[in-house]
Design a protein around this ligand. Sequence first.
Ligand code: ADP
Length: 487
Amino acid sequence: MMPESAAPQTTALPEEEPDVWDDARRAVASLESSTGATPRWLAAISTLIVALLLLLVSFAANHINTDRAQETMRRVQHHTAVIEQTANTNVALLRVGVALRSYALAGASFQAETYLANWKVLNRRFAELAELVSANPLQTERTARLKADIDRYFVDYDAGGGRAMPDKQEVAERLSASTVAEHDRQTGVRVRGLFDAIANTERDTLAAIRLEAESDQRALQWIANICFILAILSGVVSLLLMQGDRGRNKLRELHLEFMHTQRLALMGQTSVAIAHEVNQPLTAASNYLAVLRNISAGGGQLPPERVKEIVPKIDVQIRRAGDIVQRLRNFLAVRGGERVSETPKTLIADAVDLLGTLDNTIKLETHIELGLPSVLVDRVQIQQVLVNLMRNALEAMKDKPQRRLILRASVMPGHKVKISIEDNGSGLPDQVARNLFKPFVSSKRSGMGVGLSICQTIITAHGGRIWADSTPKGATFHFTLPAAHQA
Ligand code: ADP
């Protein structure tokens, strides 16, 4: 534990609201909404999700379309098969009729066999047709009626009805009867009517299927195409938003960098002026010391009244030099900004937001106690403190394979809020720990060693206190800020 201006206080954390990353993100979101800005990364992710959903809908519509097309194809094949089968049955019927008449005229036994064989084909065709239309009661009924009609017709000429060898004499007599023409005509009208009815029903069904499929397919194709185009557009918008966000973050990072550089440049200029000023009290102190040295070099005793007179003068001059240095620190740190009431959550959200732009590979945890009071702060200055402390933490962790940064905010006795920044970095080097918060103390090759000193000046100016704990497992910096109603 590294005491600075006073011994650090360890406070047991009351019930916390532990969460990682999400909590911080929510805090950023609430910060952004409180300033009226939409978090662009959220918009970018939402747009990306919308793009993916649209793409899914487009694929689903295409899939449904393909399924429907297959189903339509299956139905078309079925109804076409029924039409073909109706035509085949009609042809088989004609063949049976022709064979019977040939047999009646010539009487050769092979013609009787052809007649019987054609009957078998006709029966098979009917069985196949009945099977094909079995799902349609109307067509089934028509097929059955057709078959019965045909059977009845032939029995009038061939008593065996195509099942046994016909009697030539009998068939010839019946076919030569005077009623045959009328009988043929009546049966022909009925049979043709039924064949046509079966085939036409199937043709109408086919036409309806085609119409339905076309309109369905067109609608689904439109949905798929529109969703696909919208998905591409959403994807592009999402990319643009992400680009914009990255650009905005980069800008903010550059701005911070610029503020930092500007401060260093100012320090450079001011240092020259102040070095000149510091030179005066130091020269004066050195002159007083020379007087004392000359007196003792002359071998004479230093008269106590001269010592009494000169030593306080040396002291005054050295204090003057110290004051000038202090002025430099104050000049660098304090800008007399406006103080506003802020919740610790918002301050941390600011810091997390900035951290997001600095390094995304850190595992960040925030533990913000519920119901913390607001604090009265110059937001930019406290942001500077948090950024300095976080930057130091990141640098201390840069060689660690797993980097973890924990931000905590809790209430402290005496109407104060404590904010802590804990890292799992290298911990504070001993020589730095001894002079922590003193200006120009740095273990870094390019470090200025003024960051912590400025942090201390800012926190002290806010009526708070800053200190650090350090172990080989990492360092934790704490600072307090008075609650707004007490400040
Ligand atoms: P600088 O970063 O320019 O060196 P600072 O005043 O910010 O100046 O820090 C002073 C020194 O304190 C650093 O050089 C570093 O050695 C040490 N230090 C600060 N923060 C940490 C930390 N989180 N972990 C380890 N060392 C730290």
